[in-house]
Design a protein around this ligand. Structure first.
Ligand code: MN
Length: 203
């Protein structure tokens, strides 16, 4: 996983005449990098954890979603880079398209790279190459430190998403089940699905 990846994989997998997903033309401007966690009801429900690095969203699929309990290590499987405007995408990908299913912005906000060596911030490119990312999230549901750590080797590495021990750590909170709705629209997966159907009928 390097930041030199373009959006080639992302575009190859999708037919933008059929999917409502962004094609990646827009650029996002802001001082702080963004993160988004998208709940994705595809063939199996999972959470896509994405962080802005330069002009793209580096992405991992987290089957169980993030935890606020530092003792929980959540599997995070790297997926292709996504365009920045994917960060506010909510809608329905047609069933026969790649990743077909409903997408919700479960949490979003900004983050800070807090990985330091000798008192200096380690560039995110290096963190990704080293397989050790440490960030502080400022989201609506998730806050505080999280680590993404690569464990496996070879061409299909496994990563783990782990809450750091800090003031925001809470073993009992379990936001994935207690806060299931969209962080930007307040909708459930069902409501997103229904509204997309309605829109299609109107078109
Ligand atoms: Mn997904």
């Amino acid at each position: 996983m390097s930041t030199k990846d373009s959006l080639e994989d992302y575009k190859k997998k999708r037919d933008f005449r059929k999917t409502p997903e962004p094609s990646g033309k827009k650029k996002r401007k802001g001082k702080q990098p963004v993160f988004v966690i998208q709940k994705h009801d595809a063939s199996s429900l999972h959470y896509d954890f994405r962080i802005q690095v330069g002009d793209v969203l580096k992405s991992w699929a987290v089957p169980k979603g993030p935890s606020t309990d530092p003792k929980e290590k959540r599997l995070a499987v790297p997926t292709e880079d996504h365009p920045l405007d994917y960060a506010d995408f909510e809608g329905v990908i047609p069933e026969d398209e790649y990743g077909g299913g409903t997408v919700m912005v479960w949490d979003t906000g900004t983050y800070k790279n807090i990985k330091e060596e000798n008192g200096e911030e380690v560039p995110m490119d290096k963190c990704l190459n080293d397989g050790h990312v440490t960030i502080r999230l400022r989201g609506k549901k998730l806050k505080g430190g999280y680590s993404l750590i690569r464990t496996g080797k070879g061409d299909k590495p496994r990563w783990l998403l782990i809450k750091m021990k800090d003031d925001e750590a809470d073993a009992r909170r379990n936001p994935v089940s207690t806060q299931p709705k969209s962080a930007i629209s307040g909708r459930t997966l069902k409501q997103i699905e229904k509204e997309a159907e309605k829109q299609e009928e109107e078109e």
